[in-house]
Design a protein around this ligand. Structure first.
Ligand code: FUB
Length: 445
């Protein structure tokens, strides 16, 4: 973990704005991100996440969440993400404790051509000694910021996890949490409550936070992480009114099997497909306060109920054949195939897939391939003489390549000829026929 921590404390060029990151899940692979609030602005998808960090020595809170700023990321294809850099820092919020490292889950919305960032953080110690979480607003001319914070937090709002919703009639609502979920109307200025906060106790027992409200076909979906058993799972309730009453309807995503305690999500329709954005601790398997955002497709039944989402590594979006295809972020694999970190001291180096038994395979969905491609470039480590088949669309689909590897001593790249094939979006199958092979990534040219 040592190199990983120094990577975070001295981010250098990795965290400059404007860098494009190509990724499956997790979506952002050069820093920790959590609590993704996804929004569609000007035809692009923007994500406003929390930014988990390891704080400088002697600052922040050991063994807890530490966040000092927000970045925003955008994408047009859900595969290539641009980091627009820091849009707000704790030191620039007049009402906040500038050393609290508590810039928790934010949300953003556009109204009248301005962009409003709603964010929680700890307020400066008040005269009565109260220094809990309040929610503030920062305003920008562009979704990419910079966001200018208001002098005061929103009067009458104590809590975390703000979420904003604008109904078809133009009325704006603010939701937030403090063990329960609260909601109220916002004034047209987007800065003040226009109604008394209501409390939504759906369900009545178990910690609940992170509200995200959206409307579909006249139904208002209030969605939230809830601890029903051990850790947070994503659930939802519905109503015909943005302020309820809401009826509990079901589970969107089960508890994480790896014990990550939080989950926090958003749900958006982008180019006629619904997506669930959520988080896990992919790059920090032993410490669940350093998280990473993910996305998977979400589907509704005809009666409006939400189908449960199974988290995947593959995530969403189409990958171009001439980009690095990280097949360890697979869509499906045989039981005996596995993944491993490339460098356990610096997990941001990613993973490789391990095929160590003849017959083991991995499938990677939705690669855009044009027929003129002639070679596959593989980064691999052959632990023995090995043979790999690369097939299109099915385990017994058209053969693209049959590749023999001699034993190697560590990872290296080699290029191999491929057969002719039909242009289009294909699923790729990699099937080990002989030997023992680790593959980091592949690329076509
Ligand atoms: O990121 C800090 C907190 O963890 C969020 O505010 C909660 O929703 C949980 O994800």
């Amino acid at each position: 973990m040592k190199n990983l921590i120094s990577n975070i404390l001295v981010p250098g060029a990795l965290l400059l704005s404007g860098i494009s990151v190509s990724a499956q899940n997790p979506l952002i692979q050069d820093q920790f991100t959590a609590d993704p609030s996804a929004r569609v602005f000007n035809g692009k998808i923007y994500i406003y996440p929390s930014h988990d960090i390891v704080p400088p020595e002697g600052e922040g809170r050991a063994d807890w969440f530490n966040m000092e700023d927000y970045h925003v990321f955008s994408s047009e294809d859900l595969t290539n993400w641009t980091d627009h850099g820091v849009i707000l820092d704790q030191k620039d919020v007049p009402w906040a404790d500038s050393k609290a490292y508590s810039m928790w889950a934010p949300d953003a919305i556009e109204k009248g051509g301005k962009y409003y960032l709603y964010f929680p953080t700890r307020q400066k110690a008040a005269k009565d000694g109260e220094a809990g979480f309040s929610i503030g607003v920062a305003i920008a001319e562009s979704p990419e910021g910079p966001f200018l914070p208001q002098d005061q937090s929103i009067e009458g709002v104590k809590g975390i996890d703000p979420n904003v919703f604008i109904d078809a009639d133009g009325q704006t609502y603010l939701y937030w949490s403090r063990d329960k979920i609260y909601g109220a109307k916002l004034k047209d200025n987007m800065l003040e409550l226009a109604s008394e906060p209501m409390i939504f106790e759906v369900p009545k027992k178990g910690h609940i936070e992170g509200p995200w409200l959206f409307e579909r076909k006249g139904t208002y979906y209030l969605t939230y992480p809830h601890v029903a058993n051990n850790t947070e799972r994503l659930e939802y309730a519905t109503s015909d009114n943005p302020l309820g009453p809401f009826d509990h309807r079901g589970v969107i995503m089960d508890e994480s099997p790896t014990g990550v305690w939080t989950n926090h999500h958003s749900i958006v329709d982008y180019k006629h497909q619904w997506y669930l954005f959520y988080h896990h601790a992919d790059f920090s398997p032993d410490f669940d306060k350093l998280r990473s955002i993910r996305a998977d497709s979400l589907f509704f039944e005809d009666n409006g109920t939400i189908q449960k989402v199974e988290p995947t590594f593959r995530g969403v979006g189409i990958v171009q054949a001439n980009d690095k295809i990280q097949i360890d972020r697979f869509s499906e694999k045989s039981e005996r195939a596995s993944i491993a970190f490339n460098d356990t001291e610096n997990t941001f180096e990613g993973w490789h897939i391990v095929l160590n038994e003849p017959g083991s395979w991995v499938r990677f969905n939705s690669v855009e391939m044009e027929g003129a491609l002639e070679q596959i470039d593989l980064r691999f480590d052959a632990k023995a003489e090995s043979t790999l088949e690369v097939r299109l669309d099915a385990e017994d689909g058209p053969l693209l390549a049959e590749i023999d590897f001699s034993e190697s001593s560590g990872f290296k790249n080699e290029k191999f000829n491929i057969q002719k094939f039909r242009s289009g979006v294909h699923d790729l199958f990699f099937i080990l026929r002989k030997g023992n092979l680790k593959i980091d990534w592949v690329r076509f040219e």
